[in-house]
Design a protein around this ligand. Structure first.
Ligand code: KIV
Length: 263
């Protein structure tokens, strides 16, 4: 399989083709996902919830992220490895640069960070130094307490307008990719059409350029309430590898997400 780079994602967007993304936190699952054709792997700070059992991503440290990045990097195969910066990595520019440098040294090929338009300066500093950035907008789990829970964002016109403007500002600052979480499908479409860079969606409807899910959700091993945008691909699959393949194919053919997964 051909190595996936940022240019590959850009080419997908230009060709109107979707691409698949999945979280992976270790070498074995990264290898299985890559072999299944998944384009982008994310060492997400969701590891705090699905691996460590916390009820939010806030306890995750940069050392946790670095450990799992090194593990996933050894199995990533042809896939592009995106890595999350944890809560408070953006506390100061110095810390942002140091944490980003550490994850790049550990094997990241794209750094993801949460934040609105105010993150533009940080993104400018990173991209100026050769660190490619994916900016995560919409439902940003690191601000869950401020948001009052894991709620759909951008439901009203003013909020939607703000998310579109923030995305444009962050792309202008240098973000190469935007990730949109839990927004109405109409907003997912509007942001995707407004930007030249690839947009990855999770609970953002069928029209974003790429789709991402948490691996544990794809395998049906998440406990507690299942969000609407999740699909368990283990149903009817006879192996983890085949569940990953089914997810990849469903994204590529736009069979996933279906109406029932959208807001
Ligand atoms: O941490 C994570 O896994 C994420 C995805 C939910 C997009 O940010």
């Amino acid at each position: 399989m051909k190595t996936v780079t940022l240019s590959t994602l850009q080419a997908y967007k230009q060709a109107g083709e979707t691409f698949s993304c999945l979280t992976a936190y270790d070498a074995s699952f990264a290898h299985a996902a890559s072999q299944a054709g998944i384009d982008v792997l994310l060492v997400g700070d969701s590891l705090g919830m699905v691996l460590q059992g916390h009820n939010s991503t806030l306890p995750v440290t940069i050392d946790d992220i670095l450990y799992h990045t090194r593990c996933a990097a050894r199995g990533k195969g042809h896939s592009l490895l995106m890595v999350d910066l944890p809560f408070m990595s953006n506390a100061t520019t110095e810390r942002l640069l140091e944490d980003a440098a550490a994850v790049m040294r550990a094997g990241a090929e794209l750094v993801k960070l949460e934040g609105e338009a105010w993150m533009a300066d940080g993104i400018r500093e990173l991209t100026r130094r050769g660190v490619p950035v994916c900016a995560h907008l919409g439902l940003t789990p690191q601000t869950v307490h401020q948001l009052g829970g894991y709620k759909v964002q951008g439901r009203d016109a003013a909020q939607a307008e703000r998310i579109i403007n923030d995305a444009k500002i962050l792309v202008e600052a240098g973000a190469s990719v935007i990730l949109l979480e839990c927004v109405p499908a109409s907003l997912g479409k509007a942001v995707t059409e407004a930007l030249d860079v690839p947009v990855i969606g999770i609970g953002a409807g069928p029209d974003t350029d790429g789709q991402i899910l948490v691996m544990h959700d794809v395998l049906g091993v998440t406990h507690g309430r299942t969000p609407r945008f999740v699909k368990n691909f283990m149903v009817d699959a006879d192996s983890i590898q085949s569940a990953f393949q089914r997810y990849h194919e469903a994204v590529k053919t736009r069979a996933f997400p279906a109406q029932e997964h959208c807001f």
